[in-house]
Design a protein around this ligand. Structure first.
Ligand SMILES: [Zn+2]
Length: 280
């Protein structure tokens, strides 16, 4: 998967080099460079955008500007991947025996492409060289690049210098629907029944952590650093368990509450010495 991620980032960089006037491109210049036609349209709820051949449709119901920009570049990435025969066949080979098939890895790749358009990894790396690699950087970068915090989380994980998993949790109702078995590691009985719980809404792994991730709707034990940080409304850091699908591992976790969410970072390996980190 890492090779495909790198491939997508190269496709994005090529498009930016060819068609953008600045480091961070506008959607319009990329679309006119690639000769894509853009339409605002009605799409089923939950579908932010769609792409077919050279046509991109953006759901006209999207209110948030950040979400709209992310969707725009997500759909452009769908187009870039679609016309790259090598990447498509690699994706087919990768997913041939996978339970969830083609769609999930393809969506992950398009998210990575969108994040690269909005927050070029070279620029993001400069930020963390200046400010340190820590969970606060997610909120700082979202503000700096005017992107959503989920998009910042994706790129944050992508440029991480160590083995780590970045997670966005939100307090809210967890659907009653059956949860995939791998998500229910820490859950018992009826916790899914109409009770507000802090749960994972997005997780992203660093290249060194290869494809480990936390399933959406994963919840944590009450005494977990993530829940404690939320309750106390302060940033906490400590050794804690990470409930990977099927097993668990203990590592340092940083948890930063912000309104209804907690941004967390699980360090599966320690950070390199800042003096030895290479600058891009
Ligand atoms: Zn998509």
């Amino acid at each position: 998967m890492n090779r495909m991620k790198r491939h997508v980032i190269e496709l994005v960089r090529d498009a930016v080099n060819k068609y953008a006037s600045m480091t961070i491109p506008t959607f319009d210049e990329i679309c006119s460079g690639l000769e894509l036609e853009v339409k605002d349209g009605k799409l089923p709820s939950g579908t932010d955008g769609a792409q077919k051949d050279k046509i991109i449709i953006i759901n006209s119901q999207i209110k948030s500007e950040e979400r709209k920009r992310f969707t725009q570049f997500h759909e452009v990435t769908h187009y870039l991947i679609e016309k790259d025969g090598d990447l498509i066949s690699e994706l087919h080979d990768y997913t041939i025996n996978q339970e969830h098939g083609f769609k999930k890895p393809l969506e992950t790749l398009c998210n990575i492409g969108a994040a690269e358009f909005l927050m070029p990894s070279k620029e993001f790396t400069k930020l963390y060289n200046k400010r340190g690699f820590n969970v606060q950087l997610i909120l700082f970068a979202a503000n700096y690049f005017k992107s959503s915090t989920i998009a910042a989380t994706i790129q944050f994980a992508q440029v991480a210098p160590n083995k780590c998993i970045a997670v966005v949790c939100e307090n809210g109702l967890v659907p009653n629907a059956p949860v995939p078995s791998q998500a229910s590691f820490f859950t018992t009985g009826n916790q899914y029944h109409n009770k507000s719980k802090l749960h994972v809404i997005y997780s992203a792994s660093s290249p060194a952590a290869s494809d480990r991730w936390l399933a959406k709707y994963t919840i944590f034990p009450d005494d977990h650093v993530i829940n404690q940080a939320f309750l106390r409304a302060e940033k906490l850091e400590g050794e804690s368990e990470i409930p990977f699908p099927g097993w668990q591992e203990s590592c340092i976790c940083e948890a930063l509450p912000d309104k209804n969410r907690v941004y967390a970072l699980f360090h599966l390996s320690s950070l390199p010495d800042p003096n030895q980190m290479t600058l891009f």
